[in-house]
Design a protein around this ligand. Sequence first.
Ligand code: ADP
Length: 202
Amino acid sequence: MFTVGLTGGIGSGKSTVADCFAALGVPVIDADVIARDLTASGGAALQEIRAVFGETLMQADGTLDRAALRRRVFADSAARRQLEAILHPRIRRVVGDMLATLTAPYALVVIPLLVETGGYREMLNRVLVVDCPEDVQIARVKARSGLAHDEIKAILAAQTGRAERLAVADDIIANTATPEALRAEVAALHQRYLALASAPPP
Ligand code: ADP
């Protein structure tokens, strides 16, 4: 299956872009949703997270304390890598299984940490990066979440920088205009991906 990976920084517009592709009938797989399933009660990664990170991250009802885990890996890059090593091979397997069940010209996989975690490139035919200036990201995240300016800056600082992300892009959407303009950009890319997906391999 011809597969397009979509990534971008926090608040850049990944979900909005994914919704535009979905509205055109493109199947969308979201790595974050898979990660949540893997770490839900009975999820395939929960035991290992518990074994590695300890009982302090479990709540009384047996579910994962996601806020505590987030704080832990945010503060400690070795812990972050450990968590990624538990989650991402499993996420890739699930994505692969899902892609195998689809019948569509192509599929979109939303991978917020595509650049940070690596390992996804070989399952993707194209990488699409949605990009906008940091001040726009901050304003949009602020409006969406009510997080404070400094908290958003800290998240941005922990993520891959814009230039590094853009360097892996085959295609770029500059999400600096209106949602209508974004829809038009997605429609053009959709035509391009349909053509690429039906072209014989080089
Ligand atoms: P991400 O998934 O990358 O974190 P979202 O798609 O959730 O980003 O977008 C962040 C916020 O900005 C959302 O509230 C979304 O509705 C808004 N947004 C996205 N693109 C635009 C745009 N072109 N104009 C105005 N608001 C936008």
